[in-house]
Write a protein that binds this ligand. Structure first.
Ligand SMILES: Nc1ncnc2c1ncn2[C@@H]1O[C@H](COP(=O)(O)OP(=O)(O)OP(=O)(O)O)[C@@H](O)[C@H]1O
Length: 719
């Protein structure tokens, strides 16, 4: 029905459910109109007037518009009160030594006796100056009277002289007093103006004064929070001021701190260093009063954050060098949820890397400065809960290092979802998959690193000047290896953390001695426990980084006690929301003096960008042949075929490079090969190395031709 319906009842129907319209109960008339509202239930009991009135009043009073208007009224009135208080306080401070007293008390409460002495001296100087001014004021009426008399005499004299000059010029003696009369008339005019203005000024003066006080109050927001408009109320990124920090510290629930700040009064801000802008937040050092320890403040991070109208993750408390000091970094509200820009690896296509002297651009620290990490001779461990960006962070470093063409990678991705697939043709070994088979291959890959490390150490022993190319072994999802239950044919387990555990022992050996010969181990691991990340392994890494973790004890496993005691708190990062945010403990990254760790928001390099970077890295190198499993068979090998394999697509390769690749292919067969061994095999096949650009190289065509000839010979002799 399009119109509204009004029922008109002669007598109300006592039982609407009785069916029909109630025969015998009188006629019912229904009028349909377009503008009258539909009554809900005509038989509903009518509420008494007082109830309806009180409800209406309550509705009106609690209506949002009424509340906003009331808030505005109270706010603006309180601005005047607050402004008066502020102006009175300023006047009082300006005329008395109150300010010096306050600062003196604050310095005493903070235990800073040097500052206390200085404030006392300043106060003393102020009092002396004030005394001098008062004494001058006592003597001033005589001086002022004398000055006024002399001034008036000189003024009248001057005007008369001017009049005489005019009289001489105009030959009218009456002109002698003309300048004097002009001045008198001017004064008269002034008196008339003041008389006219005085009345209205007296009327509007108080209003102007009120306006001035209101303006001071409004500027300083001198009204309670609840009266402020919704947008200006606390909770939406209130700017951090000294008084807010001091209040937040006072209400932290540390009795000694509260007492000291109360004693300091308004001058509690003396505890603070200047508040400086640091990235997407501000930073301030707080020198705690004696009796309050830095640990006590650190332990109350959540409360401090809430007192500062921030979330817990938006406040970082670290311990700088200065004694009894905590450094607070307070994010602008919500700023940490904004993404940081793309990686320079993505934006700068000309970027190359230098493993030894360069630093990988990893992200930004909280101050907004670039966070760059040196990878040189450092083992690495990245931990975190699942799906927080561990692989992405580890891969970003590998992609940078890949832009140094001397770096060799051997990679085992024990998740096998293709996160490392772009290293095909870039890494010499690439194992992908979560099964026991891949764990076995990964173990043998790390054992291959140990052999290479031993070979290099032997070479170094023979010639201390030997320099080696960097060899980085990466095991992502290393917890899979530690938890693998499979045993080899001698009964030695691949996983676990016993002295017989093959993966564990191989990693330990690389950790112990690999650094000096540039054989490095990088591991990514999830949700650490003592079982899936043994203590000795986690402590063997020089660079330890952690994404969001579940508990403080996990944070200790990931970063070590020292970092966590110094304020590192990956367990307070928000799972899911702080993806890619790492707490890093390493000497390879610049960490502010006194701190044990730094929080880094990493650039995210997605799969497509990673592939593009890997393509650039590939273009820097001669074709690298990637092996998908380490060669485990010790059966007789065919060196010529292996040489052809490691040559890949390269038309020619230096003999040293060929030996290196053969050694990666099968450390047992080729680990101790020298150029003599290589030359012997190639000469026998008629594909001997030759000089190119002054260096001995192996030619791919020659090797392939030799293989083809041999196969042809073989088939001829067979036939
Ligand atoms: N730096 C970053 N910034 C923003 N988001 C990121 C960042 N790094 C990773 N992510 C997001 O997190 C997701 C998971 O990343 P990644 O696969 O690296 O996590 P992971 O911890 O290795 O996961 P898993 O537990 O499966 O091993 C990515 O798909 C991406 O959306």
């Amino acid at each position: 029905m399009s119109g509204n319906v009004v029922h008109l009842y002669k007598t109300p129907d006592p039982d609407p459910d009785s069916g029909g319209s109630g025969a015998g109960q009188g006629p019912t008339l229904t009028i349909v109109t377009d503008d009258t509202p539909t009554p809900t239930d005509p038989t509903a009991p009518v509420l008494p007037l007082w109830v309806r009135s009180s409800r209406a009043i309550r509705r009106a009073v609690t209506h949002e518009q009424t509340r906003t208007a009331a808030r505005a009224m109270v706010r603006h009135s309180l601005y005047v009160v607050g402004g008066t208080r502020i102006v009175a306080r300023r006047a009082w401070d300006g005329r008395t030594a109150a300010r010096y007293e306050r600062m003196l008390r604050a310095a005493e409460a903070a235990g800073n006796m040097e500052a206390a002495a200085e404030w006392e001296e300043r106060g003393q100087r102020f009092r002396e100056a004030r005394h001098r001014r008062r004494m001058d004021l006592l003597r001033s009426p005589q001086t002022a009277a004398k000055g006024a008399a002399i001034g008036a005499g000189m003024g009248i004299g001057g005007l008369v002289l001017l009049g005489i000059a005019m009289a001489v010029a105009t030959k009218h003696p009456a002109d002698v007093v003309t300048p004097l009369m002009a001045v008198i008339e001017f004064i008269n005019l002034m008196i008339t103006i003041v008389r006219v203005v005085w009345g209205p000024a007296l009327t509007i003066g108080p209003f102007l004064a009120l306006l001035a006080l209101w303006s001071v109050g409004a500027h300083q927001k001198a009204a309670p929070q609840w009266t402020l408009p919704a947008g200006a109320r606390t909770g939406g990124g209130e700017p951090i001021t000294p008084s807010i920090v001091v209040k937040a510290l006072r209400d932290l629930g540390i009795p000694a701190l509260r007492k000291a700040i109360t004693e300091m009064g308004d001058a509690g801000a003396a505890m603070l260093s200047p508040i400086v802008i640091a990235g997407c937040g501000v930073e301030v050092d707080v020198t705690l009063p004696s009796g309050v320890s830095t640990v006590e403040v650190q332990a109350r991070r959540r409360k401090l954050a809430e007192n500062l109208s921030r979330h817990e993750h938006e406040v970082f408390i670290t311990i700088p060098e200065a004694a009894r000091t905590v450094r607070l970094w307070i994010a602008d509200s919500g700023a940490l949820d904004e993404p940081i820009g793309p990686s320079p690896l993505v934006t700068d296509e000309t970027l190359t890397a230098d493993y030894k002297k360069g630093r990988a651009p990893w992200g930004q620290d909280l101050r907004g400065d670039a966070a760059v990490l040196s990878l040189y001779q450092r083992h690495l461990l990245i931990t975190g809960l699942s799906n927080q960006g561990k692989t992405a962070a580890l891969r970003a470093l590998a992609l940078w290092a890949a832009l140094d063409k001397t770096v060799e990678f051997r990679i085992a991705d024990l998740k096998g979802a293709g996160d490392w697939a772009m290293f095909e043709g870039l890494a010499t070994v690439l194992i992908q998959g979560p099964a026991d088979e891949q764990v076995i291959q990964a173990t043998e890959m790390v054992e291959g690193l140990v052999e290479e490390m031993n070979r290099r150490m032997e070479a170094r022993r023979r010639d201390p000047g030997t320099v080696f190319v960097p060899l980085i072994g990466i095991v992502d999802e290393a917890q899979v290896a530690f938890m693998c239950p499979v045993k080899d044919e001698d009964g030695r387990p691949y996983g676990g953390s016993k002295a017989t555990s093959r993966y564990f022992m191989a990693v330990r050996k690389v950790h112990n001695q690999g650094r000096a010969v540039d054989v490095l181990m990088w591991e990514g691991t999830q949700d650490p426990t003592d079982q899936n990340l043994p203590k000795l392994v986690r402590e063997g890494a020089h660079t330890r980084a952690s994404l969001a973790l579940g508990t403080e004890s996990q944070a200790r496993m990931a970063l070590g006690d020292k970092a966590v005691d110094g304020g590192a708190a990956p367990h307070l990062l928000r799972q899911g929301l702080d993806k890619g945010t790492l707490v890093v403990a390493s000497d390879g990254i610049e960490i502010p003096a006194g701190q044990a760790s730094i929080t880094v928001r990493t650039h995210y390099i997605g799969d497509d960008d990673a592939r593009a970077i890997a393509d650039r890295a590939r273009a820097l190198r001669d074709g690298v042949t990637t092996l998908h499993a380490t060669a485990r068979d010790t059966a007789e090998r065919d060196p010529l075929t292996d040489i052809a394999t490691v040559l890949g697509d390269a038309p020619r390769l230096r003999t040293q490079e060929v030996i290196k690749r053969l050694s990666a292919l099968n450390p047992e067969a080729y680990g101790d090969w020298s150029p003599v061994d290589l030359t012997r095999v190639l000469e026998a096949a008629g594909a001997e190395p030759y000089k190119s650009d002054g260096r001995m190289v192996v030619g791919r065509d020659r090797v392939l031709r030799a293989l083809a000839d041999r196969d042809a010979d073989g088939s001829a002799s067979a036939s």
